[in-house]
Design a protein around this ligand. Structure first.
Ligand SMILES: *[C@@H]1O[C@H](CO)[C@@H](O)[C@H](O)[C@H]1NC(C)=O
Ligand SMILES: *[C@@H]1O[C@H](CO)[C@@H](O)[C@H](O)[C@H]1NC(C)=O
Ligand SMILES: *[C@@H]1O[C@H](CO)[C@@H](O)[C@H](O)[C@H]1NC(C)=O
Ligand SMILES: *[C@@H]1O[C@H](CO)[C@@H](O)[C@H](O)[C@H]1NC(C)=O
Ligand SMILES: *[C@@H]1O[C@H](CO)[C@@H](O)[C@H](O)[C@H]1NC(C)=O
Ligand SMILES: *[C@@H]1O[C@H](CO)[C@@H](O)[C@H](O)[C@H]1NC(C)=O
Length: 500
């Protein structure tokens, strides 16, 4: 409260003494005399989730930062879809038909975005998607879709580089089936692993519904993974499911001296939100985390405001620090505000013109350069730098960074970077079970599952001399053995991924 008042007073003082005041008055006169109504913007997301809460607060701050006290600010309609994509669709329909919104935003899951995108295209309403996993073909197919979140696809290269750092050659993938992942980022991971000649022993596709409704489901799935030899687990799920997986895995003795666990950014970005029990079962986990350029006065101002507002609105949330989702939402709203001509007649505003203006965005946002490119579709440059962390004690420590095309470095400061191909060069890692030596990444074979070594090891040694890119390589069933039951077949994923 105190903070807010001070800020307003400072702003007033600033305005009276600057030409800005004159401009505002001029706009005011124009608007009042034209009787234009504010532009309506619809924001649809799961506002019960942590990322949705961050998004909401960040967008409110963006509007007040951009427009100050002017009455030209757009009206934001936050509509909560929960986790239901169908609900997201019907809310979007309502907002377009009844509130005549000029833009839709949100949709942090591509599942919700993908069923609403046709509606946005038909009604020519620009849709700024904040999902990290929008497939590249989508923005080409739907000209009103703007991918305003950085693609996190490159993190899979970082995951594979971690695997290669210690020459592990046999892995298991655990991922959450959200409807869009099989042909999206998971196929990316599979391609990267295969290009690196890493053997994928199992792919466990977990259903969020079963995890929610059947309390033995995760345990059963992990038991079937335990029967296999691979002990290098790559986990790509929501943070809630991950918490459940690790607690069960630890009980089953799967987080032990032989094991390696690697988490992707959806989990690692939100480690601060996990319970003490979950963190204690994740000791020794290595995580790939989105790198946030969280520095500078613009960020510090935002952070202070965010913490005050977040605490006031959501007093029960354990952490008030803004994360990736807050920064992305702020920047997306800023881009939209820049694109809207504030004195245009909102009832005649054209969606084409708005998309056109947004696609020219080029400014320094909270999450780095916000420069949209229009190579086919409108999208933000992909994330190229990731942090690598290691869970230890009650929290985690930063091990280093990974940059696409360059490799691992201990420091991200310009000029002081030195890159290594291997994470192992950057210093000691705390391993699961407190092991003093590097985990083997597989378990001793039993009669039931004899160990196959020859082929993959040889492939590993030859990999240096082989050509790396193999887009057209045809997958054959003989390359891997994939589990049965609920475990997805690799062929199924490869087929889907080959369609673009
Ligand atoms: C805005 O456009 C609508 C529809 O064309 C028109 O009826 C209205 O008069 C316009 N308002 C102004 C202030 O020009
Ligand atoms: C959508 O948001 C607006 C404004 O925040 C609210 O008045 C309206 O009731 C919401 N609609 C639904 C269906 O939740
Ligand atoms: C989206 O709309 C554009 C023009 O409004 C149209 O040409 C295009 O076919 C539509 N795309 C889809 C996938 O329906
Ligand atoms: C897009 O920008 C142009 C030039 O600044 C402006 O005339 C136009 O009204 C803007 N479009 C919208 C929808 O605000
Ligand atoms: C990174 O480099 C900068 C500049 O050389 C130095 O001040 C800083 O301490 C380094 N940080 C780490 C973690 O090594
Ligand atoms: C794991 O490694 C630690 C440290 O080297 C050792 O104390 C412990 O006994 C090992 N546990 C098992 C089950 O081998």
């Amino acid at each position: 409260m105190q903070f807010k008042k001070k800020k307003k007073m400072m702003m007033m003082a600033h305005m009276t003494s600057s030409p800005f005041m004159y401009c505002c008055c001029l706009l005011w006169v124009l608007v009042c005399s034209s009787g234009a109504s504010p532009v309506n913007i619809g924001i649809i997301d799961d506002f019960d989730s942590r990322s949705g809460k961050e998004e909401r607060i960040a967008m409110e701050i963006a509007v007040s930062d951009f427009y100050g006290a002017s009455n030209l600010q757009p009206a934001l309609y936050f509509n909560n879809s929960g986790t239901s994509p169908v609900q997201a669709y019907s809310l979007a329909k309502g907002l377009i038909e009844e509130k005549h919104v000029k833009a839709l935003m949100g949709f942090q899951t591509w599942q919700a975005g993908s069923i609403t995108v046709d509606l946005s295209n038909q009604s020519k309403t620009p849709m700024l998607s904040l999902a990290e996993e929008v497939p590249p073909w989508a923005t080409r197919e739907w000209p009103f879709l703007i991918n305003a979140a950085r693609s996190q696809h490159a993190q899979m290269k970082a995951v594979v580089a971690v695997v290669q750092s210690w020459l592990w050659w046999r892995v298991t993938i655990i991922y959450e089936d959200t409807g869009s992942t099989p042909d999206g980022i998971i196929s990316h991971l599979i391609n990267e692993l295969q290009d690196a000649d890493v053997f994928i022993e199992q792919i466990a596709r977990l259903s969020p519904w079963l995890a929610f409704s059947d309390k033995h489901y995760i345990r059963r799935e992990l038991e079937s993974l335990k029967a296999k030899q691979s002990r290098v687990f790559i986990v790509h799920t929501s943070v809630n499911l991950a918490s459940n997986i690790f607690i069960q895995a630890e009980k089953l003795g799967l987080v032990d001296n032989d094991s390696v666990w690697i988490t992707t950014s959806t989990i690692t970005n939100q480690l601060d939100l996990l319970s003490a029990t979950a963190i204690s079962s994740m000791q020794g986990v290595l995580g790939v985390k989105s790198y946030l350029p969280s520095s500078g006065s613009q960020f510090e101002r935002f952070r202070a405001e965010f913490r005050v507002r977040f605490k006031a609105r959501y007093p029960d949330e354990p952490c008030t620090e803004p994360g990736l989702y807050a920064l992305q939402a702020y920047d997306a709203l800023w881009a939209l505000a820049l694109a809207i001509n504030p004195i245009s007649n909102s009832s005649t505003m054209s969606g084409e013109s708005l998309v056109d203006n947004i696609s020219k965005s080029d400014f320094k946002g909270l999450n780095g350069e916000f420069k949209l490119s229009r190579q086919g579709g409108v999208e933000l440059e992909a994330q190229k730098v990731f942090g690598i962390v290691n869970v230890f004690g009650k929290s985690y420590r930063e091990v280093g960074y990974w940059s696409d095309g360059l490799g691992f470095s201990a420091n991200i400061t310009e000029g002081s970077r030195k890159y290594d191909k291997r994470l192992s060069e950057l210093g000691a890692v705390f391993w699961p079970g407190g092991a003093s030596s590097v985990p083997r990444g597989y378990t001793i074979p039993t009669d039931a599952n004899p160990l196959v070594i020859g082929v993959p090891l040889q492939q590993m040694q030859n990999s240096q001399s082989r050509s790396k890119k193999s887009e057209s390589r045809v997958w054959t069933g003989a390359e891997t053995d994939v589990g049965l039951g609920s475990h997805i077949s690799l062929a199924e994923i490869r087929m889907k991924s080959q369609s673009y």
